[in-house]
Structures are given as C-alpha cells and as structure tokens.
Ligand binder design. Structure first.
Ligand SMILES: NC(=O)c1ccc[n+]([C@@H]2O[C@H](COP(=O)([O-])OP(=O)(O)OC[C@H]3O[C@@H](n4cnc5c(N)ncnc54)[C@H](OP(=O)(O)O)[C@@H]3O)[C@@H](O)[C@H]2O)c1
Length: 260
C-alpha cells in the first residue's frame, strides 16, 4: 500500500480547478481531493463552489475553498490566486478545466462568439498557467499543469459546427507542448486531457438532439458515451508521481474515438 501511495498520493499538495461549478470540473476536484490534495475551486457560480468545497472536506478530510471568479478577467485571476495562496498555500497543481463550446455556422460566426471562446478556452488557461508557473519558479518548487483539451482539439467535428471550439482546443493542445518544453527545466510538467463525449450541462442538450447519441456511440469503439467520473483516474495520474516522466502529451479519455 505504501508503494501505491508513493505513486498516487497528492497529500501535501495544493490544487486549483477552474470550472468546478459543474460537469467535469467537479470530477477533477473530487479526484485531487480523493488523492489527498487540498483543493481550490473557481468558477462564476460561487454558491455551487461553496457547496462542493463543503462536500469535499466532509468526504475526504482535506481543506477546500471556493473562489468566485470569471477567468477571462485578469483582475479576477489575480484575486483568485492571492486568495488561494492565503488560504491554502502555493498552488502546485493547476487544472485548467473551464471552457465554453459555442456552436454556429463558420460563415456566420459573430466576432464576439469567436473572441469569447478564445478568451475562455485559450487565453485564460495561459494567463493562469503563467501565474502558477511564476509562483513555482520563484519558490524553486516543481508542479503540474493539466489542460482540458478535447477530441475536437485533435480532430474536427462532423456532428457540430464548432469552429471556435475546435480551434481553441487544438491551440490548447499545442500550448501544452510548448509550455512543457519551456518549463521542463523547472520540474513543471504540463499535459492535457482530451475527453470524448461525456454528458454534462454543456453537452446534454446536444446529445439529446435527433440521432446524435446514436451517432456518437457508433463513432466510439467502446460503443457508449463516457461518464463524468471516468475523468478522475487521468487527473490523479497526471497530478501524481505516477506520471513523473510524462510531459507535453495529450491523453485521450474517449472510449477509443481518436483511434480510428
Ligand atoms: N463534456 C464533454 O463531452 C467534454 C468533451 C471534451 C472536452 N470537454 C471540456 O471539459 C471542460 C468542462 O466541460 P463540461 O462538459 O464539464 O461543461 P460544463 O458543465 O458546462 O462546465 C464548464 C465549466 O466552465 C466554467 N466556466 C465557463 N466560463 C467561465 C468563466 N468565464 N470563468 C470561470 N469559469 C467559467 C463553468 O462555470 P460557471 O458557469 O459557474 O462560471 C463551468 O463550471 C471544458 O473545457 C470542455 O470543453 C468536455
């Protein structure tokens, strides 16, 4: 058991999960807490964060704090990081999970929709990653950054019209590689996760439309959609000693979808 703990325990670490008010972010927070990390939760719907923080503390006996923040605002990011540092200490695990997935025909996509996707899915993860990395570099400590990309960061979508989404998620996957190279000398490992179709607030309505679920299941070798909690193992792996020689990669959690 000790050897298993050495591989996967996150005790003594401090994680920050963005987009922890719903969906996969909730599962990322559970994963870190389950492995023993103290956890900070960020999103705009603050009351949901308070609720989850109380649940994590009660279930796992770790410290958890919720901080309401819009990650597209630099001021709110600064406030977020100061608050987390004051309450939990130096963040050494960042999960850049928050994201939006606006749809619309490419030829008619409003500039504002494009800009919003970029701000949330690509610029905010970079702004957070650089703040967390600066703290670690100054403190001389190693750390982990996990970016939530998508199968649509690796391929385009034949089901949805997702030009802004696919562009930002592909950007995030390549940003992951670049940051991994730049921060390897500091022991900061940077990886991404690429989930397939998983029902959440963001995806449920689309999955329910016409033949979508059937098409998605057919396109997935395992023949089914994912469940949100199936993201947990990858988060613990990429945050822990188990992945100490892994950086710059994107791990697909997609039932084999990108293997075709
Ligand atoms: N579900 C899937 O099938 C799937 C597949 C591939 C990738 N992903 C990715 O997984 C991540 C989570 O998606 P999900 O499916 O769990 O969707 P979700 O339930 O809609 O969660 C999105 C989260 O992002 C937060 N968020 C959005 N804009 C924000 C902002 N400006 N500031 C702070 N927080 C913000 C939301 O919180 P507030 O609204 O409270 O701010 C929410 O907690 C996304 O990056 C998504 O692209 C999901």
């Amino acid at each position: 058991m000790d050897a298993l703990n050495q591989l996967f325990s996150l005790s003594g670490h401090v994680g920050l999960v963005t987009g922890a008010s719903s969906g996969l972010g909730v599962e990322c927070a559970h994963a870190l807490a389950l492995a023993g990390a103290d956890v900070a939760l960020a999103a705009r719907r603050g009351s949901r964060l308070e609720q989850l923080a109380a649940e994590l503390t009660a279930s796992y006996g770790i410290k958890a704090v919720g901080v309401q923040a819009d990650i597209t605002s630099d001021d709110e990011l600064d406030h977020l990081l100061h608050t987390v540092q004051a309450r939990l200490g130096l963040i050494d695990i960042l999960v850049n999970n928050a994201g939006i997935s606006p749809t619309g025909r490419a030829e008619a996509l409003p500039r504002s929709t494009w800009d919003a996707a970029l701000a949330t899915n690509l610029t905010a993860p970079m702004m957070l990653a650089q703040r967390v990395a600066r703290g670690l570099i100054e403190a001389g400590k190693p750390g982990r950054i996990i970016n939530m990309s998508s199968i649509y960061g690796l391929q385009a979508s034949s089901i949805y019209r997702l030009s802004a989404y696919t562009a930002t998620k592909a950007g995030l996957a390549n940003l992951t590689r670049q940051l991994a190279i730049e921060w390897a000398p500091y022991g900061i490992l940077v990886n991404a996760i690429a989930p397939g179709w998983i029902p959440t607030e963001a995806t449920e309505a689309g999955i329910a439309k016409s033949q979508n679920r059937e098409r998605m299941e057919k396109a997935t070798p395992l023949g089914r959609l994912g469940q949100p909690q199936e993201i947990r193992g990858a988060i613990i792996y990429l945050a822990s000693a188990a992945s100490s020689y892994v950086t710059g990669t994107t791990l697909s959690i997609d039932g084999g979808y990108v293997a075709w």
